[in-house]
Design a protein around this ligand. Structure first.
Ligand code: FES
Length: 346
């Protein structure tokens, strides 16, 4: 995947390593960087009535592939679902991954299964960390905004910024104190964290005011529900887009399922017709292929595929405007085609 890595993102890790005997990237003592690996659930903690933190470790005690703040991993569930969750532990830890999982009221099965069925001792395949929401560590200051379960990637970012001695401020909004996870670890940072509980404040957080009070050159980060992300986008409309960072949990556009085009697969030499009502991903699966994917909603980036020719109809929430315009890659779970043929590096 060709996402711009953070200052020490997974792509940088790959460059620091050497191919192992089987051609897989390895760093001595660490688990394999590429491919899935098995991890054991070693503890589960109740953060709120609806949010639990799951700690995962190598069953063999191996060190884990490193990650940077803002990264997520994919959990492969026994019911055939793959779900992405942000890592909430410090990036300096290499012996465990910790994820926060909210039991989604509109769950498609993933979070419900994790809450109801996963127990300490269970072993799950996990995809190594990827970071679509890295911190710009060279910025003079950072303003972070987390809403509800959107606080999860920001928890590790805060830990990293504090560790660096950076200038930062977090605004954490939740419906109520009882529904806010990770309060104890965030209260530890004193005045650097501003809590906003809707029921106590009598309304939603004023993001226009938050952004207006940011210092010159600050970078802004937001993860939360769609309404919060829309308010954040409005509030940052005058800020340099390079200083504005968003992570989505839900789709921003309808999936492209109009069909009516061909996908030419350069590696396999096959050409498939994408019919009306199907996505590219579904078409590949129907043809017996099994491309990497997770959310199937255009928000996790796991299905990002190199485009060799043709013009994609981008519908994801992962690529920046510049990346969309370059048409170098696309998310095949949700995006379609504006040209009659797309040539993909598959
Ligand atoms: Fe998540 Fe396509 S599977 S972006």
């Amino acid at each position: 995947m060709q996402k711009a890595p953070g200052p020490s993102g997974t792509a940088r890790f790959a460059r620091l390593t050497q191919p192992g005997p089987a051609g897989r990237l390895r760093l001595h003592g660490y688990m394999a960087l590429s491919g899935n690996f098995k991890m054991r659930v070693t503890s589960i903690s109740w953060e709120t009535d609806h949010i639990r933190a799951f700690e995962l470790r190598s069953p063999d005690g191996e060190l884990l592939p490193p990650f940077t703040a803002g990264s997520h991993i994919d959990l492969h569930l026994p019911i055939g679902l793959v779900r992405s969750y942000s890592l909430i532990n410090p990036q300096s830890e290499n012996h465990r991954y910790v994820v926060g999982v909210a039991r989604d009221r509109d769950s498609r099965g993933g979070s419900r299964y994790i809450h109801d069925e996963i127990r300490v001792g269970d072993v799950l395949p996990v995809t190594p960390p990827r970071n679509l929401f890295p911190i710009e560590e060279s910025s003079t200051s950072s303003v972070l905004i987390g809403g509800g379960i959107g606080i999860t990637p920001i928890v590790s970012m805060v830990q990293r910024l504090a560790e660096m001695g950076a200038t930062w401020q977090l605004f954490y909004a939740a419906r109520s104190r009882a529904e806010a996870a990770f309060l104890d670890r965030l209260e530890h940072y004193g005045n650097s964290v501003v809590f906003h509980f809707d029921d106590e404040a009598g309304g939603l957080i004023d993001l226009e005011a938050v952004v207006a009070n940011g210092s010159e050159g600050a970078h802004y980060y937001c993860c939360g529900p769609t309404a919060m992300l829309c308010a954040f986008t409005d509030a940052t409309r005058e800020i340099d887009p390079g200083c504005v960072h968003v992570e989505h949990f839900s789709p921003v556009e309808d999936v492209a399922s109009e069909g009516g085009f061909l996908v030419q697969l350069a590696k396999s030499g096959r050409t498939l017709a994408v019919p009306e009502g199907s996505t590219i991903l579904e078409t590949l699966r129907n043809a017996g292929m099994n491309p990497l994917c997770s959310c199937q909603q255009g928000v996790c980036g796991s299905c990002e595929t190199t485009v060799l020719a043709g013009e994609p109809d981008h519908r994801d929430a992962v690529l920046t405007e510049e990346e969309r315009a370059s048409n170098a890659t696309m998310m095949i779970c949700c995006s379609g085609s504006k040209s009659s043929t797309l040539v993909l590096d598959i």
